[in-house]
Ligand binder design. Structure first.
Ligand code: SAM
Length: 326
């Protein structure tokens, strides 16, 4: 389906939980209370109805996210149900990788095609400083398990944070020399309460790219990047993998945006960087949930804003990333 600006919307990022086993400084508000009542999460059947409705309005790719999606005890059932919906051409997941050593093979058998794994550094002290957890070894084992399970190509998400891991980007880029992986350097975005931290520690992609080039030599630009029009892709000479730069702050590509989000509590979020949301709750309770939800999706897509308002200094305040779904 096209929105009112002519953009084809065919990609849904579907959050299945707001819980996470990490405390990344830019993703979750400081001192988040683990005992705080959690949002009411969509059930497996509700998630399936949302996905079926999304497919009716033209969604072809679904990314499961969170919070940490692998913390849901029914994650295999969710993957199994969604992968069997006619019209879902690509079912992928964004994860911190901590549970992948056990789950990669079962997820693949359930129908998952690929994973993006979040890893900010190969220095365990820096990983702990950013995520609050001594998890580097487990994430690494998860990456290897995902590769062995055939969840490829492996994509690694690196959020670049000044004073924490901005000097580690060269070592992260070197992973693409030996491995056929896509190493993706992401600009820090201001969202919810951690927005102050994000603004203070922001590093532009241009700076990350220059640091990598000065250490490893010129990068070779790659022309195409699948359906991800907002990503600049490069290759290192002799490299097996690829480097990608995602620059939502310095070079937003809102005019090519092809996705919408659904939060774990059942709200459509039309732009990551704007607070506008549409509730799906009434649709979920209706006698024809898929039909009603599809109508809601159609209307919502027609209201998708032209783009973020970061250039005007306006950023979203209602939710941090962990409660939206990255
Ligand atoms: N728990 C999973 C994970 O760690 O990847 C999935 C959820 S997490 C919200 C999804 C992605 O959001 C992470 O991989 C990270 O790259 C990105 N992210 C989180 N907060 C961000 C921020 N403030 N700016 C840019 N990217 C962010």
């Amino acid at each position: 389906m096209k929105d009112r600006f002519g953009r084809v919307i065919n990609y849904l990022r579907l959050s299945v939980t707001d819980r996470c086993n990490l405390r990344c400084r830019y993703c979750m508000p400081d001192g988040e209370d683990k005992r705080k009542p959690r949002m009411r999460l969509l059930t497996v059947s509700e998630i399936e109805n949302v996905a079926r409705a999304a497919v009716r309005v033209g969604i072809r790719k679904i990314r499961l996210t969170g919070g940490e999606p692998t913390l849901r005890s029914d994650i295999l059932e969710i993957v199994h149900r969604l992968s069997n919906i006619p019209g879902v051409e690509e079912l992928v997941m964004t994860t911190n990788g901590i549970r992948l050593e056990q789950l990669a093979a079962p997820l693949q058998r359930a129908g998952l095609r690929r994973v993006n794994i979040h890893l900010d550094s190969l220095d365990s002290v820096h990983v702990k400083a950013l995520s609050g957890s001594d998890c580097l070894r487990r994430v690494w084992d998860g990456i290897i398990a995902a590769e062995q399970a055939g969840l490829s190509p492996i994509k690694i998400n690196v959020v670049v944070v000044h004073g924490y891991n901005d000097l580690d980007v060269v070592e992260m880029a070197q992973l693409a020399l030996q491995h056929p992986w896509q190493i993706r350097f992401i600009e820090l975005m201001p969202l919810g309460k951690p927005a102050g931290f994000a603004m203070e520690h922001y590093v532009a992609s241009q700076e990350t790219l220059a640091r990598i080039e000065s250490a490893l030599g010129p990068l070779v630009a790659e022309p195409a990047c699948g359906d991800n029009a907002d990503i600049s892709c490069y290759r290192l000479a002799e490299g097996k993998g690829r480097l990608e730069f995602i620059s939502p702050v310095s070079h937003a590509h809102c005019h090519r945006c092809n996705h919408i989000r659904v939060t774990a509590d059942g709200r459509i979020r039309l732009c990551l960087l704007r607070d506008d949301e549409w509730s799906l709750r009434d649709g979920l309770r209706s006698s024809d949930p898929v039909g009603t939800l599809a109508d809601l999706f159609s209307c919502a897509i027609q209201c998708k804003p032209r783009g973020s308002q970061l250039a005007q200094g306006i950023f979203p305040t209602s939710r941090p990333m962990v409660r939206i779904g990255g």
